[in-house]
Ligand binder design. Structure first.
Ligand code: GRG
Length: 315
């Protein structure tokens, strides 16, 4: 486990998005910790791996979206906590599986050795499996009974073959040359392909976080539709910013290996249309997300600020 750089981040200024995310972390991490406190029936090495992966220092963007969406719809953080925990557990599982040798084969995540490096491959696979099941346990047990089934449906769809897992499968297919003609397709076709991948692989879980936060707050259809509009633009802006970090970011700050996409000939906005055009696209999308948050009113101010922060971040 030695030899990996620790993330070095400046202290956030009061009132900044970093500080607001710090408040989210301070609120949600004890909830996450409790959800990962399992009985003696759970295998100790498995639980250790689950805690290692899920409690590692992440930004907790998906919990922030769930909590701030609830707030934007007149709800409380306490009411949205099970949703925030569930989306973060799904996210943590997806990172563990994404890092496996059969997928991205990464050795660094959140500034630490990846789960299969710190433990072993079989434990990392089981860890992802168990985190996924635990996410649904959080919703089914802790959401109000009137919305728990719908919440499970929302998360199941976002995590399944038509969204997260399907997007990951198509992303791998493109990277491994299994999609005929994609590498030599016109840029507009490549952009459409990337949008379709990103919408499922990255965007769907953000949308689920927002919708679950809204459901926890008892939001009506018109507010859920605005959260959806916000989330679609936010998800695309986030992914382009993530690709820009891979192209230009600092490994110690990002907490994972960078420069991998170009090396593997991966289709991303910076590799297809260049860094400047990708940055301009991300900024346009952040503005679009900000407008949707604006339509939700003052209670969605944190969502609007996050959309702009997401494209300028260094980690
Ligand atoms: C293996 C089912 C399965 C899915 C994998 C999450 C994912 C899909 C792949 C991870 C690789 C990647 C770069 C995905 C797109 C963006 C993403 C999810 C980045 C990480 O999210 P952050 O920045 O991470 O919110 P932290 O660590 O802060 O939580």
């Amino acid at each position: 486990m030695a030899g990996c750089p620790a993330p070095s981040r400046p202290a956030p200024s009061p009132g900044s998005v970093e500080a607001a995310l710090g408040q989210v972390r301070a609120f949600i991490e004890p909830h996450l910790d409790r959800s990962l406190t399992l009985s003696a029936e759970a295998a100790p090495r498995l639980v250790e791996a689950m805690r290692y992966a899920a409690l590692a220092p992440g930004k907790r963007l998906r919990p922030a979206l769930a909590l701030w969406a609830a707030e934007a719809c007149g709800g409380s953080w306490d009411g949205a906590a099970p949703a925030a925990v569930a989306v973060e557990l799904i996210h943590a599982y997806s990172l563990v599986h994404d890092d496996l040798p059969a997928m991205d084969d990464d050795d660094l995540r959140r500034g630490r050795p990846t789960c299969h490096r710190a433990f072993d491959e079989a434990t990392a696979i089981l860890c992802g499996d168990a985190l996924q099941a635990l996410a649904f346990e959080s919703l089914a047990r802790d959401m109000p009974p009137a919305v728990a089934a719908r919440a499970c449906l929302v998360l199941a769809r976002a995590a399944g073959a038509e969204a997260l897992v399907g997007g990951q499968a198509d992303d791998l297919a493109a990277e491994r040359g299994w999609i005929d003609g994609l590498a030599s397709a016109p840029a507009a076709e490549q952009v459409a392909w990337m949008d379709r991948i990103n919408r499922r692989k990255t965007g769907a879980l953000f949308l689920a976080a927002l919708e679950l936060g809204g459901l926890a707050a008892g939001a009506d259809d018109s507010r859920l539709a605005l959260l959806d509009r916000f989330g679609r633009a936010f998800g695309q802006a986030f992914q382009i910013a993530d690709d820009l970090l891979d192209a230009e970011g600092d490994e110690a700050a990002v907490g994972k290996r960078v420069g991998k996409d170009a090396g593997r000939g991966k289709l991303t906005f910076p590799t297809v249309e260049g860094v400047a055009a990708a940055r301009a696209r991300a900024e346009r999308l952040a503005t679009e997300a900000g407008a949707a948050a604006g339509a939700l009113g003052e209670s969605a101010a944190e969502l609007a600020r996050l959309a702009h922060w997401i494209v300028g971040r260094s980690h």
